[in-house]
Design a protein around this ligand. Structure first.
Ligand SMILES: NC(=O)c1ccc[n+]([C@@H]2O[C@H](COP(=O)([O-])OP(=O)(O)OC[C@H]3O[C@@H](n4cnc5c(N)ncnc54)[C@H](O)[C@@H]3O)[C@@H](O)[C@H]2O)c1
Length: 396
């Protein structure tokens, strides 16, 4: 089959736009032609474009005109309008996590600490509906950039479930580190919440995905979330928090610790931790307790490599692993962190689907279930953990 060429535009020029570009360079089934970038930070966009030899577009419209696929690598508050603008022009939209959310009422004094979380649930469900409607009317599609779905450990677990017909009884998992780098992350009005959405979406979506796989194998339909109980805390905003400089602690109105207890429609469960208070490097793992096996998927760190370095400065030019506080002593350097994280596999799958057709594992239905579960969880956390029903959306 002749390789197709696909024209690409990237919105945003920060952290996610950088790793998207790196993954695009590794796509081999399709010739990817990155045409340009657009970001509201014009200086950052110009530098991004210059470094990669691509066009710096002056507007979103100009970028969409150039591209068949639009990568949405902006803070969550801008995901919905950009994705819908792309879909309306029959473009594909690769949307970073979280798909969408609730970003306040636009008022100057909006605070994530005080508003009624039922508003967030209602508005985020409406946002999902608008995005799904735009997708259903478009020749393009939403491809949800949830890399955990494509992480090799999660895909190996999918194979085990598919080939052995497992029943998953309990999933537990976590994404945690010592604090996100993005300045906007500290504000609910840009991020749509705190760590429960910002990091919790990763292990949660992997859990929803695997229960989906289980259901598809057995009955031809995914097992969906039914209810959730949750707790959130703002530990670094406690008056008695003692800052020793290791943990980011300038959050404005968001949670930095969360736990979601999800009950699926078959009565089985998942417990998802997320936090911004964990030292020692990023901590991303998912454990599956099934009726016929047990797996621990160590996304990061893992033991692909373990190194002892007696002198910190010797490793000054060596990247070890995300968010590590020190490179001295024992560490688990990731020989190819992006690969273990699922970034290149995600892009390969998306571009294969865009160019040659076929469904993707991480689609808008999975993304919608994750967002719906998370905002139901915020309602639960407001009530100190009372169980809240999760609304699910039918597929397009
Ligand atoms: N999958 C992952 O592992 C992962 C990791 C980090 C971030 N993310 C996600 O990626 C997204 C971006 O996060 P980031 O860390 O790259 O943020 P960032 O702050 O590093 O970069 C954001 C970029 O978006 C641009 N921008 C902001 N609003 C815009 C708008 N309305 N239109 C066009 N450009 C706009 C900014 O100018 C900036 O260039 C977020 O949704 C975040 O959750 C995903």
């Amino acid at each position: 089959m002749e390789k197709k060429t696909v024209r690409v535009g990237i919105v945003g020029a920060g952290f996610a736009a950088t790793f998207h570009f790196e993954s695009l360079k590794k796509v081999c089934g399709v010739d990817v032609d990155v045409r340009g970038v657009f970001a509201t930070d014009a200086k950052q966009a110009a530098e991004y474009a210059k470094a990669r030899g691509i066009k710096c577009c002056g507007s979103l419209e100009e970028l969409i005109e150039e591209a068949e696929v639009v990568h949405v690598c902006t803070p969550p508050v801008a995901h919905e309008p950009i994705a819908i603008a792309a879909l309306k022009r029959d473009r594909f939209a690769i949307v970073e996590k979280p798909l969408t959310g609730y970003f306040g009422d636009g008022s100057e004094d909006f605070s994530g600490d005080t508003f009624a979380k039922s508003d967030a649930l209602e508005h985020s469900l409406s946002s999902i509906e608008r995005m799904l409607t735009a997708e259903s009317k478009s020749k393009g599609r939403i491809l949800y950039a949830e890399n955990w779905v494509y992480a090799p450990a999660i895909q190996k677990e999918r194979e085990i479930i598919e080939k052995t017909g497992s029943q998953i009884l309990w999933i537990h998992g976590e994404e945690a580190h010592s604090g996100s780098h993005a300045a906007t992350y500290a504000y609910w009005k840009f991020s749509g919440g705190g760590v429960m959405i910002g990091k919790g979406c990763h292990p949660l979506t992997a859990a929803l995905y695997l229960k989906g796989v289980e259901g598809n194998v057995r009955d031809g339909k995914p097992i969906r979330p039914k209810a959730v109980s949750a707790r959130t805390h703002a530990l670094t905003r406690l008056e008695n928090f003692r800052d020793e400089g290791h943990i980011r602690c300038d959050y404005h109105d968001i949670d930095d610790f969360s736990l979601m207890h999800v009950v699926f429609e078959d009565g089985t469960i998942a417990d998802i931790f997320a936090s911004d208070i964990i030292l020692g490097g990023i901590h991303n793992w998912l454990e599956v307790a099934a009726n016929n096996h047990r797996s621990i998927c160590n996304i990061n760190p893992n033991t692909a490599m373990q190194t002892y370095n007696p002198v910190e400065v010797n490793f000054k030019d060596i990247y070890v692993v995300e968010k590590t506080g020190t490179k001295q002593g024992w560490s688990s350097p990731s020989p190819d962190e992006d690969w273990f994280t699922g970034y290149p596999q995600e892009m390969e799958a998306f571009y294969g689907s865009i160019a040659y057709g076929g469904a993707v594992e991480s689609d808008s239905r999975l993304a919608a279930d994750a967002i719906s579960t998370i905002y139901s969880a915020y309602v639960s956390a407001e009530q100190a953990g009372a169980e809240v029903a999760v609304k699910t959306f039918s597929s397009n």
